[in-house]
Design a protein around this ligand. Structure first.
Ligand code: FES
Ligand code: FES
Length: 157
């Protein structure tokens, strides 16, 4: 079947198999940031936004995304440069192998849309389903808190 949807701001019409999830579908479209860590809903590496909310792409049927707006980490950087979540992650050393990073960034983006001033505990709770085997979690949490602060400053100026 064919579906129409928006991926990172671009209108897309594409063929999907009935059982295909968003993970292979988006990678087929070229979104290499959508990572397959487990293909089972356990690691969060594949997280993308569907109509603004973070979902694990490996659990979400592509056919169900018809008419939706999908945002992947590929769309985070804009004409003004990197998104504050990306800048803070790089500046604070929150990226090591980077495999988990796109999923963490998209999950954090959902958090900051919902709660622009989260506590450390709220960030840790929100990211509890995103696994990172490298960083020990201190730096990614610090990066989300720093990005939240940068975004609030941008909003206020
Ligand atoms: S690949 Fe989707 S949650 Fe792990
Ligand atoms: S930076 Fe390697 S898994 Fe998170």
């Amino acid at each position: 079947m064919k579906i129409d949807l928006t991926v990172d701001g671009m209108a897309v019409t594409a063929e999907v198999d009935p059982g295909e999830t968003l993970l292979p579908f988006l990678r087929r479209l070229g979104a290499a940031s959508v990572k397959n860590g487990c293909d089972n809903g356990d690691c969060g590496a594949c997280a993308v936004l569907v109509d603004g909310r973070a979902v694990n792409a490996c659990l979400f049927f592509a056919a169900k995304a018809a008419g939706s707006e999908i945002t992947t980490a590929e769309a985070l950087a804009g004409a003004d440069g990197l998104h504050p979540l990306q800048t803070a992650s790089l500046d604070l050393g929150a990226v090591q192998c980077g495999f988990c990073t796109p999923g963490i960034l998209m999950t954090a983006l959902d958090l900051l849309a919902y709660n622009p001033d989260p506590t450390e505990e709220e960030v840790r709770h929100w990211l509890a389903a995103n696994y990172c085997r490298c960083t020990g979690w201190v730096k990614p949490v610090e990066a989300v808190l720093a990005a939240a602060s940068m975004l609030r400053e941008q909003e206020a100026s």
